[in-house]
Design a protein around this ligand. Structure first.
Ligand code: NAD
Length: 332
């Protein structure tokens, strides 16, 4: 059986997600929500969504009357995730919400509460948890193939272009950390399988650059885990970075790119030798993510990355900002 998704926001990431329904086994797109009727009709024709499945932001709440929609996928700017998750839950729909979950941890808590009260599932769009290379790296670490993890490095960034919502505090919640540094944070957490107990951070932002009038550019951070493992993480809007490495007592595994849409490439170092490490084949990360929530809705299982996982990141992100602001490490 295929559950129906409503896609809210037809921007650049929706353009990545929509073609992937073709490879889904349990998910299909049955509704589109856009501020532009012309765009909604054009996308509807392309992806086989009938006219009665086309909504705008004003009449979105009437989606409650559409039995073909089981799940609402919020792919809007971060500052709108809270509002649309609450409206979707109130309309009786399950929710997939993009990362970062919200602008603040308080909003994230509210979203979890709203979905729980409505007895609806809430999952965050952490696609890397469904990506074969990341899953393989996690397996290698968990099965002890590199010994006990000691040091994680995770670098994520890109040079941001001006004039976009990511540079607007109200719509983005923050700068590079909210958008791209969150991949470094996620990688450090899922690769070690631990929750940090302490964070420190250093920010570097040229406030005379008009792009960074409201949000930060670079904010690098460190995490200390209960086992004694530590992570060094890069988050920047200044240059391209996409890689991680976990070094254990017996070797290391690294990926570059590590969290890209495709072609993530692993290398393993052990016994004084470094070799390419094969990434298993399987369903692409986007279709796997979409199908995962559909299966959870059908079986009642808890998603791998529920709202609570998004909230954990939001709390750590707030601690990272505080550590940078106050110039001292912050206990979690
Ligand atoms: P985008 O700007 O390309 O698309 C956002 C859409 O929201 C646009 O269609 C825009 O018209 C619409 N919108 C509605 N109300 C708006 C408003 N008030 N202001 C601005 N836009 C408004 O952005 P995107 O890159 O598609 O990002 C959307 C979300 O997806 C973000 O939360 C982002 O973090 C997330 N994202 C996730 C990934 C991933 O790999 N998981 C990749 C890219 C983006």
């Amino acid at each position: 059986r295929k559950l129906g998704y409503a896609i809210v926001g037809l921007g650049q990431y929706a353009d990545v997600i929509l073609p992937r329904f073709a490879e889904c086994r349990h998910s299909r797109v049955t509704a589109l929500v856009s501020g532009s009727p012309e765009k909604a009709r054009r996308y509807g024709a392309q992806y086989g969504v009938p006219d009665h499945g086309l909504y705008d932001y004003a009449n979105f709440d009437t989606i409650r009357d559409n039995p073909d929609v089981d799940i609402v996928y919020v792919i809007l700017p971060n500052g709108l995730h809270h509002e649309y998750t609450l409206r979707a839950a109130a309309a009786g729909k399950h929710v997939m919400c993009e990362k970062p979950m919200a602008n603040t941890a308080a909003e994230a808590e509210d979203m979890i509460r709203a979905c729980r009260d409505a007895d609806r599932k809430l999952m965050i769009g952490y696609r890397c948890r469904f990506e074969a290379g990341n899953k393989e790296a996690i397996r290698v670490v968990r099965e002890g193939e590199i010994g006990a993890p000691r040091i994680v490095t995770a670098d994520h960034g890109f040079p941001i272009s001006p004039n976009q919502w990511r540079l607007n505090r109200a719509l983005a919640g923050g700068g590079s950390l909210m958008d791209i540094g969150i991949y470094s944070l996620q990688a450090a957490r899922y690769l070690t399988g631990e929750e940090p107990v302490e964070v420190s951070a250093m920010e570097s932002t040229d406030r005379s650059d008009p792009r960074f009038a409201e949000v930060e550019d670079t904010i690098n951070f460190q995490l200390r885990f209960p086992s004694g493992a530590v992570a060094n993480c890069v988050s920047t809007y200044g240059s391209h970075h996409n890689r991680y490495r976990v070094t254990g007592t017996k070797g290391w595994i690294e990926a570059e790119p590590g969290t890209a849409y495709g072609d993530n490439t692993l290398r393993l170092h052990r016994d004084w030798q470094t070799r390419p490490h094969a990434v298993p084949t399987g369903q692409n990360q986007f279709s796997a993510q979409l199908d995962h929530l559909s299966i959870c809705v059908m079986t009642g299982a808890e998603p791998l990355v529920p709202g609570e996982e998004g909230l954990r990141d939001m709390r750590i992100i707030e601690a990272i900002y505080r550590a940078a602001r106050e110039g001292r490490s912050v206990a979690l």
